[in-house]
Design a protein around this ligand. Structure first.
Ligand SMILES: CC(C)(COP(=O)(O)OP(=O)(O)OC[C@H]1O[C@@H](n2cnc3c(N)ncnc32)[C@H](O)[C@@H]1OP(=O)(O)O)[C@@H](O)C(=O)NCCC(=O)NCCS
Length: 207
């Protein structure tokens, strides 16, 4: 499946192409950025190519949709926003987002995540979206809290990955898991109380 393009006021979320492999490496090759990400940082460009192939395979199987986040007018990839573990039967998925550090602190992640979640509710028929955020990942926690996610579960030491001789998460330490969830209806961009979106309503323009 080719991902639909989603437009917001400042962003275009679009399918990731082979031209984005260098940008993917720039973003996911950064060990600081992937400190709380579910996978280790990319070791080289070949690993970014493998990631690109996995993104394509995820879209083809319908289980993982990873949009490239670009700024209106530039087309350059500044991050990605993902609906993973898409379960059509039970109408649920998990959201994830990553932005290149130079684009942090401008509300782009919130804008992208809001648009992708609304797409999930309105176009994919999802009922529930979760975010699995390490409690130490303060910017991500602030992001999901701004979007109205509610804390459901917190588990310590959930990830153990041996890498570079260290045992721990992708960054070499044990990670924790804090699941937060939102059901149909996000607070609006001004942070007003959650509203339940009408069935079939559209949160963002898609093409
Ligand atoms: C998670 C992540 C995407 C959040 O990025 P972010 O830049 O903090 O989030 P946003 O883009 O929504 O920006 C929000 C910040 O911009 C500020 N901001 C500035 N202009 C804004 C605008 N026009 N609209 C909204 N917010 C704006 C907000 O006040 C907020 O700042 P604050 O957190 O200090 O209050 C980023 O930290 C990241 O890429 N982390 C690595 C990957 C990761 O761990 N992802 C989470 C796992 S799923």
């Amino acid at each position: 499946m080719v991902l639909p393009t989603i437009r917001t006021s400042r962003l275009v979320l679009r399918a990731i192409t082979p031209h984005d492999v260098d940008a993917l490496f720039g973003i996911f090759g950064d060990p600081e950025l992937t400190r709380y990400w579910g996978h280790p940082s990319l070791a080289n460009r070949a690993a970014a190519e493998t990631l690109f192939e996995a993104i394509q395979a995820g879209a083809a199987s319908g289980e993982l949709f990873q949009w490239g986040i670009t700024l209106c007018g530039t087309g350059d990839l500044i991050g990605t926003c993902t609906l993973a573990s898409l379960d059509r039967q039970h109408r649920r998925a998990e959201i994830g987002a990553a932005l290149a550090p130079k684009n942090h602190g401008q509300g782009y992640a919130e804008e992208a995540v809001r648009a992708v979640i609304n797409h999930g509710f309105d176009e994919l028929g999802l009922h529930r979206v979760t975010a699995d955020v390490d409690p130490r990942n303060v910017p991500a926690l602030r992001l999901v809290e701004r979007l109205g996610f509610r804390k459901e579960v917190c588990c310590a030491s959930t990830t153990s990955t041996r890498r570079s001789g260290r045992t721990g998460s992708c960054s070499g330490f044990w990670s924790a898991s804090g699941v937060r969830a939102v059901r149909r209806g996000l607070p609006d961009a001004e942070g007003e109380a959650p509203k339940v979106a009408a069935e079939g309503s559209r949160g963002s323009e898609t093409t």
